[in-house]
Design a binder for this molecule. Structure first.
Ligand SMILES: NC(=O)c1ccc[n+]([C@@H]2O[C@H](COP(=O)([O-])OP(=O)(O)OC[C@H]3O[C@@H](n4cnc5c(N)ncnc54)[C@H](OP(=O)(O)O)[C@@H]3O)[C@@H](O)[C@H]2O)c1
Length: 328
């Protein structure tokens, strides 16, 4: 029985972690909740108790065994080492340490074995990468992915509560024909835009580079090539991805469906007769990654197209972090 902390407990991911710890009967003897000074004084209910939100202090981690960090990279860079130095194990949902070769980057269904090498810190991957990799992994294991071309359709909640609020307010204003000044340099309601992470010199935005780097690290194969286009769409929750994957080995669609149906955490969601495939609304609140539309690319051999949708706050963040905690 562990003493657990959540840093960023009032945020979108933190709230889901609290809900999952309760729902999944996570073995713990004490839960402590941390957020910014703005939230001190608030309480959050957990297992029938009202827990106070606390401010971070240097000495708190000496009384914590396991901490979920979900307060963004800046806070992780500032506090994770302090926590580790006090003997606390950290599961970090931010991107702060994902590319550090000494830090395991783990999706338990794919590379649980990497947990054995942890030195007090495990990173949980980028949400869009997770939604792509969950259905890709069982296929990669059998047919060896060589090159992936992917596009994402990412929900507002992936960027936090402020963007969700903006999308809702803008949509109301648009429908009521009221003037509205968006905080983005363009309208978001009934619109979409390339991902807002910083543009790099390569022409890719950081989110696109994260997908490529994290895919190689999680699959443990530096030779896999991945090129991504990440797009923010006017959806409240759950990201979608399309993927075109060239494999080293030949395969049939029957083998693909068989591999997907056996895979953990992945659910085939399609009704071909009705031309009905997974949508973000279907995937919202669901633990599994929904996938379908598996089809052979007609333009080159050994190449597969597919579609996947997942709740980026659950498997893309909170659920994955809690599963890592359960495995530990
Ligand atoms: N949203 C997603 O879909 C998603 C998916 C995968 C990974 N992630 C990653 O998960 C992390 C959290 O994302 P989120 O969407 O949950 O963010 P969020 O909703 O903006 O929540 C941020 C949390 O950090 C807390 N915080 C801010 N400043 C703090 C400080 N100085 N000390 C302690 N806590 C502080 C906030 O507390 P206050 O409420 O007091 O401000 C809040 O609890 C990010 O690194 C993000 O990249 C998010």
């Amino acid at each position: 029985m562990k003493r657990i902390a959540i840093v960023g407990a009032t945020g979108a991911v933190g709230q889901e972690i609290i809900r999952l710890l309760e729902l999944r009967h996570f073995p713990l003897k004490e839960l402590r909740l941390f957020a910014s000074a703005r939230s001190v004084g608030k309480t959050i209910s957990f297992r029938g108790e009202s827990l106070p939100i606390e401010n971070l202090q240097d000495d708190v981690f000496s009384t914590i065994d396991l901490a979920f960090f979900c307060a963004g990279s800046f806070i992780s860079k500032q506090w994770v080492q302090i926590a580790r130095d006090k003997g606390c194990v950290v599961i970090d949902s931010s991107s702060a340490f994902r590319s550090d070769p000494t830090v395991p980057l783990v999706i338990p269904e794919i590379n649980e074995g990497a947990l054995a090498q942890h030195k007090g810190l495990i990173s949980s991957p980028n949400c869009a990468a997770t939604i792509l990799l969950m259905p890709l992994f069982p296929l990669h294991r059998q047919f060896q992915a060589k090159r992936i071309v992917t596009s994402t359709y990412q929900a507002a909640s992936g960027a936090g509560a402020r963007l969700v609020d903006e999308l809702q307010k803008e949509t109301y204003a648009y429908l009521e024909k009221k003037p509205y000044s968006p905080f983005l340099p363009f309208p978001y309601a009934f619109n979409l835009y390339t991902h807002n992470s910083p543009l790099t010199e390569s022409g890719y935005v950081e989110e696109e580079l994260k997908m490529a780097d994290e895919t190689r690290k999680i699959l443990g194969d530096e030779t896999i090539r991945l090129t991504a286009t990440c797009v923010r769409v006017p959806v409240l929750r759950a990201h979608s991805v399309s993927a075109n994957v060239e494999f080293a080995k030949s395969f049939t669609l029957e083998e693909v469906y068989e591999a997907i149906q056996k895979a953990d955490g992945v659910k085939l969601f399609e009704d071909r007769a009705a031309n009905r495939f997974a949508t973000p609304v279907d995937a919202t609140g669901q633990n599994e990654i929904f996938c379908g539309r598996f089809r052979l690319d007609k333009t080159q051999p050994n190449t597969l197209e597919f579609w996947a949708v997942g709740d980026q706050l659950l498997k893309g963040a909170a659920l994955n972090a809690v599963q890592i905690g359960e495995r530990l």
